[in-house]
Design a binder for this molecule. Structure first.
Ligand code: BGC
Length: 376
């Protein structure tokens, strides 16, 4: 009896120790420091989330993922997202004519709204245009262009922003919370929002990935778990059709090099100047599911994208032309990076048959996307 009790106590304390060390291992180091000041003097901070070889840095300006360091198959660590070394670089780009939204949180409505207009509850809303005759990524002053409030949380940082009723043309006071957490190679982004008037919401992160850390992304192999996509018109507004990817360069159901078909003679590729389309995810339910997998055969780095959203915009960096000088002064040439933006379909407020992006007054918006980095 006595021996059995001793044995039980030893097992229990052993288990406790194991659990404790697992908990300690899972704790990501979170620190913050000043990142600079906005032109009006508002201070901006940068949070560093570090877990072993993985490190994410997030700025309170635009909620930008400034850098994401991940090891390759030999353990060599590289930053795999495009952007700038300092705050001034982001502020200049996000306020200029070649706004590329590097790493930013996009809102209130990610992607395009045709002619910047939509109707809700019988009222017509007009948004400022910033993409030809359309509104893109929340308009000229979107969520990428504001300084968020921030506080450290377990394994990460919580950002909040109040988008006021009428701001950027959208109805309702929208309180938005975005939590970035890092555990090992998993960067989890959790978006929440509430509104006091019916409105539309579509939040995403606009990171440009390059798993090799340099060169272009044409040799990256992409898998998209999607049998259909939303073809677009010349303004990149969905026509409304959900088109099968069968026998088209849009079929990424099996891992395929991005460069393999990007120059194919295909009308949709011509309109997008490459890939700049929304794929309709083949979902099983409404929880987190794998949407995409990106693999760089050279470095062995892999990125899995998991989401609960209905769509994903795969943008192959078609408007990068070398004129933007990024980190280390490096010009970002055509296809220097690619975006995988989990989202509601573009222009959903004008397509009643698309999944609705409406948020009712008092209702909770909640969505999660995980960028999961590993090697193979
Ligand atoms: C859009 C592109 C746009 C880019 C701006 C992407 O999300 O789909 O058309 O040029 O954002 O960086």
């Amino acid at each position: 009896m006595g021996n059995a009790r001793i044995l039980r106590d030893v097992i229990i304390s052993g288990l406790c120790l194991a659990l404790l060390s697992m908990a300690m291992e899972a704790t990501t180091k979170v620190t913050s420091q000043p990142f600079g000041k906005m032109p009006d003097g508002t201070p901006v901070e940068i949070f560093t989330l570090g877990d072993g070889a993985y490190e994410a840095r997030i700025a309170t300006y635009g909620g930008v993922l400034v850098s994401m360091k991940t090891p390759d198959r030999n353990g060599k660590v590289t930053d795999v997202v495009l952007g700038f070394d300092d705050l001034a670089g982001f502020v200049r780009n996000f306020n200029g004519t070649s706004d590329a939204y590097f790493g930013a949180i996009i809102g209130r409505y990610a992607n395009r709204i045709a002619h910047g207009t939509f109707a809700l509850d019988g009222r017509k809303y007009s948004l400022p245009l910033n993409n030809g005759e359309n509104s893109l990524h929340g308009g000229p002053r979107g969520f990428n262009n504001v300084v968020w409030k921030a506080k450290p949380i377990a394994n990460g940082v919580e950002l909040t922003y109040l988008s006021k009723d009428g701001e950027a043309g959208y109805p309702g006071n929208l309180t938005v919370t975005v939590r970035y957490t890092l555990t090992k190679g998993d960067l989890r982004i959790e978006y929440s929002a509430t509104t006091d008037k019916d409105t539309v919401v579509n939040l995403t992160n606009h990171s440009y990935f390059n798993l090799a850390g340099d060169g272009d992304i044409l040799n990256h192999q992409l898998t998209l778990h999607a049998s259909r996509f939303t073809p677009v018109d010349a303004g990149l507004i969905p026509t409304g059709e959900l088109k099968s990817v069968d026998s088209t360069p849009f079929d990424f159901r099996k891992a395929t090099a991005i460069g393999a078909r990007i120059n194919a003679d295909d009308q949709q590729l011509h309109l997008g100047h490459g890939y700049d389309h929304n794929w309709v995810l083949d979902r099983k339910g409404s929880d987190l599911e794998e949407a995409a997998e990106l693999y760089d055969p050279r470095s062995g780095r892999m990125l899995k994208v998991l989401t609960d959203q209905p769509g994903i915009q795969f943008y192959s960096g078609n408007f990068l032309d070398g004129s933007i000088k990024g980190k280390g002064g490096k010009p970002y040439a055509l296809h220097a990076g690619l975006c995988l933006e989990t989202q509601h379909f573009p222009d959903s407020p004008n397509h009643p048959d698309f999944p609705s992006a409406e948020l009712k007054a008092g209702a909770h918006y909640h969505t999660v996307t995980v960028f999961s980095f590993s090697t193979r």
